[in-house]
Write a protein that binds this ligand. Sequence first.
Ligand code: SF4
Length: 484
Amino acid sequence: MLSLLFLNPPNEFHEPVGRDLIYGCWCHGKRVADMQLPPLHLLYLATILRELGGHRVRVLDALVQNLSLSAIAEQAKAFDAMVIHTSNTTFRYDLKVLAAVKAAKPGTISILTGPHPTVYPELVMQEGIVDLAVQGEAEDTLLELFGKLAGGDGLADVAGLVWRDRGKVVSNPRRPLRPNLDEWPFPDRSLVDSSLYYNPHSRRSPFTTALTSRGCVARCIFCTSPPFYHGKFRQRSAANVLAELKTLRDQGFREVLFRDESFTENRKRLRAICSGLIEQDLDLTWIANSRVGVLDEEDLRLMKRAGCFYLWVGVESGSQPVLDRLRKGITVEETREMFRMANKMGINIHAHLMFGNPGETKEDILQSIRFLMEIEPAAVDIGITTPFPGTPLFEQVKAKNPQIGDGSELQIDQVHNIAFFSRHYCELDEEFLENALLLAYRRFYLRPAYVLRYLRRIRSLRQLLNVVRAGFNLLLYLFRDRRN
Ligand code: SF4
């Protein structure tokens, strides 16, 4: 048995980062509303290593606890190995965290998982303080790895592992994805303090997150999910999901945020989950990501009865040519229809937009802003399109601009806020895009009619407090001094 620490590191800006998506597009969570979610990816790993591997585990969320490097290093001393999930935007700072831990206890085995080692295993292993790295989904690879380490066995046949054989970096063959996600235990939420987390859209507390599927059927060229999951979409059975939801309810949770790329993708499964929630009277409210063009009014009606009050949807643009270039696989008309249906049903619907897309013009951006006002989302967040390593968009940019390297020079405080790469594929300059972002936010949020409409939808004191906090952060973001 080994003692294993699963660490969610802080970042140098000491600000929230939405880092729990397993495939890993990390947003600068402070950007709009200060969201801070439990590190579900680490809860999965730790639970599986404890339940199926028999190891002693701890999850340390140093981000939400705002721990210093020395405090992390002190706590890490008690463990044989430490696992950090890293992305290209957090990699440089994560190395500093590793260095602090290694300085305090050089024998700690350091292991990196996540999109950065998945895309650049050799580069990651060039850093001497990284002992091992995992490519792709880490659960089964870590399970086998720690079994081998505990037994003193060799690592040559651990699929998915990147290691050193007498100083030479070796990338073992990639591990096939586990087909049946029902085989894994439910992540143990008691490994972190649920009261520390904050979702501005939450209606009830305590809330937690869940993941009922992995991957996506769509192929958007900017998204890291399809490459991370080999283009596969896997889902847990409705019965397995309902069993987890019942467990959560019995543990006292009253609300669930589903982190699936699209929780509603399989309508048959969706209806079975909703019917189960209603029949078992689980009394959970929930929020989920959905995809345009999938649901009809009947689905939405059932979802609402089952506790759904908020949907997040990737709208990306109000311009069809832009959507087509992104290979979004949806039409502007389908988006319009989805927002019409959700608003009619009284389900809050959140729009995610992106500016600075391939071939985008000023008129496209203005069209997107007009479209936003027309479809009337409950809330909106807008990012400047960022090509992440591993995505088709990154490869397009890199083919013409090899100087962007591995993308790790991009820091977390810049992602989606600052236009770095869009000059390679659209005519809009950085200043225009950054101003357009602020203009769109101001036009959308600072309308008295919008504020009144949103306030009318508030159903609980918890929701009111969350909205006040989110509104305060939004105003700080919109009006902070950007001259420096
Ligand atoms: S629909 Fe969403 S999750 Fe799926 S590929 Fe597109 S951006 Fe990624």
